[in-house]
Design a protein around this ligand. Structure first.
Ligand SMILES: NCc1[nH]cc(CCC(=O)O)c1CC(=O)O
Length: 313
């Protein structure tokens, strides 16, 4: 058993209040309890409502992109109201506000997207013209690219809301991250798992990150005990890729790194939002070069993209 550094007691863990966010905060707490032999009451889970949680009636891109689900949580950390924050890494910008750092990750869950439908087993079984629901820019573009014959509709909300929409016939199929379903104990909702070469996941999909104040040495030492190094290497490559591509407007991007011994294999894809064009590539290299693999692959894809591929260029 590790000796625990002496943090504030109880240690305040900030999180959003959605069922998935809470499950991720509980998993973080359990891992810290196990690492240091601590009781549950050494921790306090602090639920923070973010702008993204408050505004439910408008598409996310209208309310204003980045930091929608994180701003209030990061402010709470900077003010000292919470000590650490637990996030889905795929929702996190590559850069954090001054004073905060996000470099500690739990072991990654299944990275794949789930195919969810009552009537069909997989994408390939969907008849021409079938209505599919998704509000993910990436999933919409990837589906439109592979199956331009399908019809796409917006589909926001938690798992329960989306299942209800399927029941009501608003759409015949939708997608969810396997990681979220597994963490909620709802993997039965997935009709099938979509392999990554059919639909490349979002950068960092399935990874949980723990954010802290950069000058908080005690929390740094504390959460280092539950950091998963392989996940760290994979996200270093994927987030460098995303960082290089990220512009002033939303672009559908997929990216996934896997470890092959001491080598990383990074695949990446960028698409036009309407799916009319996709550009993809891959890189292999040593773990030590993770970030360079990401930026190099991004530069390669950017080099192949026509001027109007990104709306800000
Ligand atoms: N954008 C919402 C979001 N952020 C993280 C997950 C799932 C869990 C994960 O990928 O870590 C989801 C839901 C989904 O895409 O189905």
């Amino acid at each position: 058993m590790k000796q625990m550094p002496t943090p504030n007691s109880p240690l305040k863990i900030g999180t959003r209040g959605s069922p998935l966010a809470l499950a991720q905060a509980y998993e973080t707490r359990s891992r810290l309890m196990a690492a240091f032999g601590l009781p549950e009451d050494a921790f306090e889970i602090v639920v923070i409502k973010t702008t993204g949680d408050k505004v439910l009636d408008r598409p996310l891109k209208e309310i204003g992109g980045k930091g929608l689900f994180t701003k209030e949580i990061e402010e709470a950390m900077l003010s000292g109201a919470i000590d650490i924050a637990v996030h889905s890494m795929k929702d996190m910008p590559v850069l954090q506000p001054d004073g905060l750092i996000l470099d500690t990750y739990l072991p990654r869950e299944d990275v794949r997207d789930a195919f969810v439908s009552f009537d069909f087993e997989k994408i390939g079984d969907l008849p021409e013209g079938t209505v599919v629901g998704s509000s993910s820019l990436r999933r919409r573009a990837q589906l439109a690219n592979r199956r331009p014959d399908l019809q796409l509709v917006e589909f926001r909300g938690n798992v329960q809301t989306r299942m209800k929409k399927l029941e009501e016939g608003v759409a015949a199929a939708t997608f969810l991250a396997m990681a979220g379903l597994n963490r909620l104990g709802m993997s039965h909702v997935a009709k099938s798992c979509i392999e990554v070469d059919e639909m490349l996941p979002a950068v960092a999909q399935g990874a949980i990150g723990i954010e802290r104040r950069i000058d908080d040495k005690i929390c740094e030492e504390l959460i280092a005990a539950i950091h998963d190094t392989p996940t760290g290497h994979r996200l270093a490559a994927e987030r460098a890729f995303l960082g290089r591509l990220d512009g002033s407007c939303e672009t559908p991007i997929g990216g996934l790194a896997v470890l092959e011994g001491d080598q990383l294999w990074l695949r990446g894809e960028i698409l036009r939002p309407d799916g009319s064009e996709a550009i993809s590539g891959e890189r292999r290299g040593p773990i030590a070069d993770a970030a360079a693999l990401g930026t190099d692959l991004a530069d390669e894809l950017l080099g192949q993209a026509p001027q109007d591929f990104f709306c800000w260029r």
